[in-house]
Design a protein around this ligand. Structure first.
Ligand code: PDD
Length: 287
């Protein structure tokens, strides 16, 4: 079956999909992106993802390339053409193609819009065996709230984690606190059963899964505190887990060389994963 990508108004063969070499995304990382999870043909949290895309664009003063209505249509059309049941929709907007100059182009350019889809395995309510994380210094800029394609520090941190046998990197700031993962938000559960995740400010990405999980935790009457937590505190925690559009809720069973709790996925992460999958199941079927 042909796999399609959407590039600036056209559905094209994924193998041949391309943008110009002077696209500012390619040359200067002058662009933003979004990843929306798809489960059983249903988009998860589409609206908050598109709201965050709008916000990222606004922060960088890039005009939305198409209307919200058109973007929603393109997402569905690409999913339909690619028969996407489980996986993700990736969308990227850059400032467009212009003669290379760090400053914004002085003549009007059309922002570039690219969408692709990716199949992944079906994620169910079972959390699986859990993952290991490796701490890495957080060397990113001070606007991590913007979901830009400038991901080199995240790439290097993730690679270092993988080379050490861990699945994800936990980024640690100058004060010794965990900010977030290379591509996920970070959570712990304390000995008192409190859920802790870092507050959202310009130091981390306000994850959409994180936001949904806050509502779920509230519904389950779990005590949630949004505050910084140190790497040392995380290593002493009863449980730890990550959240993202592609990992849902996934337990962390090891931080560096220390097991978290008894080294097995804990009850809070299990419960939150079940509830998150229930939430995902309630969405509108697209394909
Ligand atoms: N990553 N923090 C960072 C740095 C991220 O890149 C992501 C998402 C998250 C979680 O956000 P959300 O719950 O909205 O997916 C947190 C996506 C999945 C990616 O880059 O592929």
């Amino acid at each position: 079956m042909a796999r399609y990508a959407y590039v600036n108004g056209r559905y094209v063969d994924h193998r041949e999909a391309s943008v110009h070499i002077e696209d500012r995304g390619y040359q200067l990382a002058d662009g933003v992106y979004e990843v929306v999870g798809v489960r059983d043909g249903k988009l998860i949290d589409e609206k908050p993802h598109l709201d965050r895309l709008d916000r990222s664009l606004k922060e960088l003063r890039i005009a939305p390339p198409v209307s919200r209505k058109t973007l929603c249509f393109v997402i569905r059309e690409l999913m339909r053409r690619n028969r996407l049941r489980d996986g993700l929709v990736y969308m990227q907007v850059t400032r467009g193609v212009a003669r290379r100059d760090h400053a914004f182009p002085t003549t009007p350019v059309r922002p570039s819009l690219v969408l692709t889809t990716k199949n992944t395995r079906h994620l169910g309510p079972d959390v699986g065996p859990g993952i290991a994380v490796r701490s890495q210094p957080d060397i990113r800029w001070e606007r991590c709230d913007i979901k830009t394609v400038a991901l080199l520090p995240n790439v290097l941190a993730k690679q270092a984690a993988r080379e050490s046998g861990a699945y994800e990197a936990w980024l640690v700031d100058a004060k010794g606190c965990v900010t977030e993962g290379a591509s996920t938000n970070a959570w712990i559960v304390t000995g008192d059963g409190e859920l802790i995740t870092r507050q959202t400010d310009s130091g981390i990405l306000a994850g959409i899964t994180r936001g949904t999980l806050k509502s779920i935790a509230d519904k389950l009457q779990l005590k949630l505190v949004e505050r910084p937590f140190s790497l040392a505190e995380a290593k002493q925690a009863n449980e730890a887990f990550i959240t993202s559009a592609t990992s849902f809720v996934t337990p962390v069973i090891r931080i560096d060389d220390a097991p978290v709790g008894d080294g097995k996925p804990g009850p809070t992460a299990r419960r939150l994963r079940e509830e998150y999958v229930r939430f995902a199941e309630a969405g509108e079927t697209v394909t």
